[in-house]
Design a binder for this molecule. Sequence first.
Ligand code: A3P
Length: 289
Amino acid sequence: MDAVPRPEMFDFHGISMIPSFTKNWENIQNFQARPDDILIATYPKAGTTWVSNILDLLYFGQREKPIPLHDRVPFMEMCNPVMGSGTDLADKLPTSPRLIKTHLPVQFVPKSFWEQKSRIVYTARNAKDNVVSFFHFDRMNMDQPEPGDWSSYLERFKQGKVLYGSWYDHVSNWWKKKQTYSNLHYMFFEDMVEDTGREIDKLCSFLGLTPSAEEKERVTGGVQFDNMKKDGMANYSTNIVMDFKVSPFMRKGKVGDWKNHFTVDQNEEFDEDYKTKMKDPTLQFRTEI
Ligand code: A3P
């Protein structure tokens, strides 16, 4: 595994990216969204897989034939020889609505999504747990840039020099978009951990879905952390570039794991820096529940 060369990041219109997410750029920008598409948008490691699984179960229930989640919910900007092209996969999806995943900052979203007024579910996670999860993911995924050690990673996260750029800009700009685009539902990872059923209810009301009590129970149960960790179609165990010996994809699924990583000094410096970057009082995150 170690022999596989890690991709290098480069500046792409102000955002740190790697070739797998930019080489299909023209097709991404020209992607034809449909009015019933649902775009699942997140900064990486904010609960994308969790929300994808919830939506997939809500719309399609248990499938007769097991299909990995990454085939059911194409990753729009992804393009590499192993996974293929996310836009092609989306175009070939036989089911509707199409569920499509992206980590793109809001300014990069193909314009057809706005024109078609497609629904968008954005999930955000507090910066401290997000950076910890991202660090472990970059360690175990050989298709991600080399993370280096924890303290240098944390510094680069603060500077927005990690894949997909600044967490601060990502969550803030999507939050701003919500003020003008009514088909956007903004969720928080911490709320999902606190009460998954309540958040599924809110999601259903946004989507106009009315699952029976039984269906809802099936979805809520199926997406519990321990069940998803065991679920070979959702836990990425089929992915050959991830080294689960380094760290599992379904790692902890908790709020507050940052306390096991941040030193007291790192935490104080992080909080000081956070205040200078996150000025909108209406966007508040919880770092513990
Ligand atoms: P941790 O690394 O903190 O455990 P993404 O899908 O955006 O890559 O996010 C992955 C993060 O979401 C990981 O966080 C993973 O464990 C967590 N996660 C995935 N499914 C979950 C679930 N059902 N319940 C709680 N957390 C979940």
